[in-house]
Design a protein around this ligand. Sequence first.
Ligand SMILES: NC(=O)C1=CN([C@@H]2O[C@H](COP(=O)(O)OP(=O)(O)OC[C@H]3O[C@@H](n4cnc5c(N)ncnc54)[C@H](OP(=O)(O)O)[C@@H]3O)[C@@H](O)[C@H]2O)C=CC1
Ligand SMILES: O=C(O)CCC(=O)C(=O)O
Length: 487
Amino acid sequence: MVVQSEIKTYLNYIDGEWTSSSSDEVIKNTNPANIEDVVGYVQVSTKDDLESAVAAANKAQKDWKKLSGDARGKILFKAADILEQRLDEVAEIMTREMGKTLSEAKGETARGVAILRYYAGEGMRKVGDVIPSTDKDALMFTTRVPLGVVGIITPWNFPVAIPMWKAAPALIYGNSIVMKPATETAVTCAKIFECFAEAGFPSGVVNLVTGQGSVIGQGLAEHPDINGITFTGSNTVGKQIGQSALARGAKYQLEMGGKNPVIVSADADLDLAVDATISGAFRSTGQKCTATSRVIVQSDVYDEFKKRLLAKTKDITIGNGLNDGIWMGPSANEKQLNTVLSYIQKGKEEGATLLLGGERLTGEDYDNGYYVEPTIFDHVNSDMTIAQEEIFGPVIALIKVDSMEEGVHVANDVEYGLSASIFTTNIQQMLSFIEEMDAGLVRINAESAGVELQAPFGGMKQSSSHSREQGQAAIEFFTSIKTVFVK
Ligand SMILES: NC(=O)C1=CN([C@@H]2O[C@H](COP(=O)(O)OP(=O)(O)OC[C@H]3O[C@@H](n4cnc5c(N)ncnc54)[C@H](OP(=O)(O)O)[C@@H]3O)[C@@H](O)[C@H]2O)C=CC1
Ligand SMILES: O=C(O)CCC(=O)C(=O)O
């Protein structure tokens, strides 16, 4: 069922109240599938708004951390139930705000519910260890304490899952939060906060401040009362945030880009590899940090793989993600579309062969949106820009190799190391891939995208600050260990 929402102005959520920005300015969020569709207006906040939010979070955290994990968990469980009841409405807003198909948006919102429930349960799990002391009369153990106030800066590509996998662990371990979502998807984030508000978090524990990254995002990174900052987005911004946090001694966590390879061995199940490549590269219009963007194929099966990949890609239906039968939506915004088109142009200029796609879609169904064709390049080598830089769009670079050793070498020949897949039926090849591949997520006979909330997630090399999010790993960022010695 599609629920139509009225166009409204969404406010900041500070100290338990919905408030306008002191700037009195709002920004209009439109649908990338049809820019005449206005999704809502969001606040263009100021440093003063941020100050109010940080002060409220700071004050509220003192009591929040004193609650039992069970008591905090009960509020997270309630938020999960409310989000689940509002799943259709939130998913529809997400599709209208950033373009992914409604079925993907519903799946992501359901994932948000599951993340909340997973971390709600964490409130009842152990946080430390008893460690034998060299003193026979002493008791030594570890416990954990929250960081304090956590600043959360999120991107537009997973507008529910990413805010949730940062907010839920921060909250369950006793931190308060100030969230600055991507402006592009600030309405979806406001919907999450409507669920938080209804769930009954004490005033000041959860705060939402929308506005420009360079003002509110950077303001969070530099704020002396923000004790930890967690970010997902581009490498350029991530590094600035990391430097600001480091300069004042705050803890930080950065999840950034990827240039994720799929390796297809001569012994692979080719149909499986083709389906996974298409899903990994083109779902969400290629706008995932885990998206497949390089497909490295052993020469023996290169032509056959290419033939099957082209045939299946031609079946992809493109359009407004709210409509039935649509498999791929538009790019999330005009800037992203232009980035994708400029990489396609670069690929042609540098000598890759454009096999399929490569154009902005035009015509009655497309002129009001940011649609680009699924695109496949042949004769790509590792030195080309399209084989090195994150495109964040539906573009595949096909690279031919003669052996699996060469395949893994090419797969590692980028500055990123987020996720990587291999398709093979040979156990030895699987094992050497697991050992040799420099990526935080290695997947065998499965697409490069697809993250499970109960498992650690993060990258190597330039893809992250080397920390991990999600699952039990989240406790490492959102708490500090105290070693206790009692005699
Ligand atoms: N790893 C991932 O999942 C993602 C990677 N990317 C990559 O980044 C590229 C650019 O996308 P873009 O949306 O511009 O990504 P950004 O890194 O600019 O945006 C991510 C978040 O950071 C905020 N931000 C922007 N500038 C600053 C700043 N100076 N200080 C603090 N926070 C800031 C943004 O706010 P605001 O929205 O207000 O600008 C947003 O909330 C994409 O093409 C893609 O390659 C993008 C999104 C997700
Ligand atoms: O693949 C996924 O499910 C998550 C990807 C992700 O974290 C991202 O694109 O930022």
